[in-house]
Every structure is written in structure tokens, then in C-alpha cells.
Design a binder for this molecule. Structure first.
Ligand code: NCN
Ligand code: DMD
Length: 348
């Protein structure tokens, strides 16, 4: 599925469906707007799906798994080999997000979009890891587009399987370095401001990480007005794949729940490619990673959850589903003022 054709399919949300959804909320026997963002998110989903009859029965988490050449520079606490190990654990439902997803009835779809060795994870590899951005662009522009298209195709495969809502997740040692680099360029903020410790880096490691990011940006000069250039030069296959998930979801009219820092960096790139995508994205939590809040602010999204999480894998996104379920139950099942009044006037 070609990126250019997908972009053309992305439309504004359906205002009539949103109005009908709002009417239903306003008829429910409770104070107006009293479920706040839980009401708004159901209205958003009705606009995305073009129907006030909102359904969230079938939900899938897409986990883009990939390695990053920049790990050679000592910007992470653990080595690249961990990416493959954790990614294969997804297949055995043996990771934090898998436990959470089972609890929230979310199906888990890990994808090997560029792990550095062969794995038992479904293979959509663009390459065996990216290049080290300190010396070379992470990937070619063609590879960035290919990774985006993997994300788009994944969405359409899941649509075919009947999924009503998607969530984003990723696994890739070193991907907070690439996400920070992408954020630094797209937000026009220094690496100091947007770069944190990722998965448990030391203070000296953090200094090194910021320096490596600054050097990579200086060397490759990514064009902030061209998000594909930014993804190709200082991003990763996982981030590009997730950007494709947002673009694909918007084209397929499927709501997509965004996870933490890496997922938000990918969202910023996707919105840079096609601004209308923003309306199809549902935020979940604010990552504890330094740039997490900055990215949400730039996307104009407020988190539902502030849990100081920074695990990745899609854990924050999956954590939102029980809340979405409660909101939808009230929306679908609660009596209206009219119904209650009629009951109240029934003779005893
Ligand atoms: O999503 C987040 O907010 C987040 C913040 C920090 C770390 N992570 C996870 O940790 C890994 C990246 O950390 P690092 O230090 O290797 O760049 C990667 O597999 C992510 O899923 C995720
Ligand atoms: C063990 C481990 C699990 C992860 N899950 C997401 N990122 C991770 C990083 C590490 C190190």
C-alpha cells in the first residue's frame, strides 16, 4: 500500500456522527459533561468511525520491534540483544504488556520491522537494524517509506480481521535516543531538553547520549519540514513503522491509542506528514521520559493517565482500555432522563 495514496484517503472526522454521539451523552441521566474526557473520547471515536454506535469489542496492540545502530555508542544501559529476546517473549505472551493486554482483552501483534537477528516474530524487516546515526543516516529515504508502509499495511490487515480500535507499542533498545533526536528536530528544541535516561541509563551515559544526538543532528542536518527526511536520518524502523500505523489508521477510519515517548515521537512525524491524522489519535498516558510532556503539548493532547510509566511496549496505551470500556458502558447502557421520568411516573 503506497504512502501517497493512503494520505489522499485521510478525511476530517464525521461531524454528524459526533453530534449524534453528543446528543446521546446529553440525554443520559447524569450532570452534563460530568464524565469529562471520557465523554469526549467516545465522541471522537464516533467521528472517526462515522457512527454514534461506538464499538470497542475487538482491539489490537501493534508492537513495532527494531534495533538501532547507535547503541554502539554506549547510549543505553543494556545491549541490542535484549530487543530480540523481549520481542520473542511477546510471542509467548510473556512480557509486561502481554499480561496487561490479557487483562484488558487486547490482542497483541508484535512485528519484526528491523531486529538485528532473525526472530520468530512475524517478519516485516526493512533491514537488520539501522546504521549508527553518529556516523551515517539511520536509513535511506526509501527504507523510511518502506517502514511507514509496513505500518500502513499492518493497519489494513487488522481492519480486515475486524478490529475496532488499535494501540501503538514498540520494543527497541536505543529507541529513546532516536526518538529524542526526532523530537529535537521536529520540536526545534535542544537535545538537552528532550533527552532522558530511557531504560535506566547512568548520569554519565545521559551526557554521552545528548552529545551523540547533537552530533548526529549537526552531521545529517535533517529537514524539520520533511518528517520522512527526519525519520530516515535520525529515526528508527520502529518509529517510522508506528508513523505508518497512525497514517494507516486515519485512512482506515480506525481510532488509535498512542503509548508513551517513542509512540508520541512517531505521532509527531505522522502529523507532520498529514496534519489531519491528529484527530484519529487518542492519547493515553504521559511518559516519565523527559520529552514525554513536551511531545503531548506539541500534539495538543492531554493524557488520561499520569502514572510515571516509561516502560514502552504499549503498556500505557493498554492501560487506558479499562477506562474506555467504562465510558462506553455508561454511554450504551445508562438510562436517559426521559426513560427515568417515564419510570418515575409509572403507577405503583
Ligand atoms: O515509551 C516510553 O515512554 C519509554 C520510555 C523509556 C524507555 N522505553 C522502552 O525502553 C527501550 C528504550 O530505552 P533505551 O534506553 O534503550 O533507549 C525501548 O524498548 C522502549 O520500549 C519506553
Ligand atoms: C527488559 C526490558 C524490557 C523492555 N520493554 C521495553 N523496553 C524494554 C527494555 C528492557 C531492558
Amino acid at each position: 500500500m503506497k504512502l501517497n495514496e493512503i494520505i489522499k484517503k485521510i478525511e476530517p472526522l464525521d461531524e454528524l456522527a459526533k453530534q449524534n454521539c453528543r446528543k446521546r451523552w446529553d440525554s443520559i441521566a447524569k450532570p452534563l459533561y460530568s464524565l469529562g474526557k471520557l465523554e469526549e473520547v467516545i465522541v471522537q471515536i464516533s467521528g472517526i468511525t462515522k457512527s454514534h454506535k461506538v464499538k470497542l469489542d475487538k482491539r489490537a496492540l501493534v508492537i513495532m520491534c527494531a534495533d538501532n545502530g547507535v547503541v554502539e555508542e554506549g547510549v543505553t544501559q543494556v545491549g541490542s540483544e535484549i530487543t530480540a529476546i523481549v520481542s520473542e517473549n511477546f510471542m509467548d505472551m510473556n512480557s509486561c504488556v502481554c499480561v496487561m493486554a490479557q487483562q484488558a482483552a487486547v490482542d497483541v501483534y508484535p512485528i519484526d520491522i528491523g531486529i538485528m537477528r532473525d526472530t520468530k516474530v512475524p517478519n516485516r524487516k526493512v533491514a537488520y537494524g539501522t546504521k549508527n546515526i553518529r556516523y551515517e543516516p539511520a536509513m535511506t529515504r526509501e527504507q523510511a517509506v518502506q517502514a511507514i508502509e509496513v505500518g500502513i499495511e499492518t493497519v489494513f490487515e487488522l481492519k480486515e480481521k475486524g478490529y475496532h480500535i488499535l494501540a501503538t507499542g514498540e520494543m527497541g533498545i536505543g529507541n529513546t535516543t532516536t526518538s529524542s533526536a526526532v523530537s529535537s528536530v521536529l520540536l526545534e528544541l535542544s537535545p538537552e531538553v528532550v533527552t532522558g535516561k530511557g531504560a535506566g541509563l547512568s548520569d554519565t551515559g545521559l551526557e554521552k547520549k545528548r552529545k551523540v544526538i547533537a552530533e548526529a543532528i549537526e552531521l545529517h542536518k535533517p529537514d524539520k519540514n520533511d518528517p520522512i527526511d527526519v525519520l530516515a536520518k535520525v529515526g528508527g524502523f520502529d518509529i517510522a513503522g508506528l508513523a505508518g500505523v497512525y497514517l494507516g489508521a486515519a485512512a482506515a477510519k480506525i481510532p488509535v491509542v498512542m503509548d508513551g515517548f517513542i509512540s508520541a515521537a512517531a505521532a509527531l512525524a505522522a502529523v507532520g506528514i498529514e496534519p489531519e491524522v491528529i484527530h484519529y489519535i487518542i492519547p493515553s498516558h504521559v511518559s516519565k521520559e523527559s520529552g514525554g510532556k513536551r511531545l503531548l503539548d506539541a500534539l495538543g493532547k492531554e493524557p488520561f493517565l499520569t502514572c510515571d510509566m516509561c516502560l514502552g511496549e504499549g503498556t500505557g496505551a493498554v492501560a487506558l482500555f479499562p477506562l474506555l470500556d467504562m465510558a462506553l458502558e455508561v454511554y450504551l447502557k445508562m438510562s436517559t432522563f426521559e426513560e427515568i421520568e417515564i419510570e418515575a411516573y409509572q403507577p405503583l
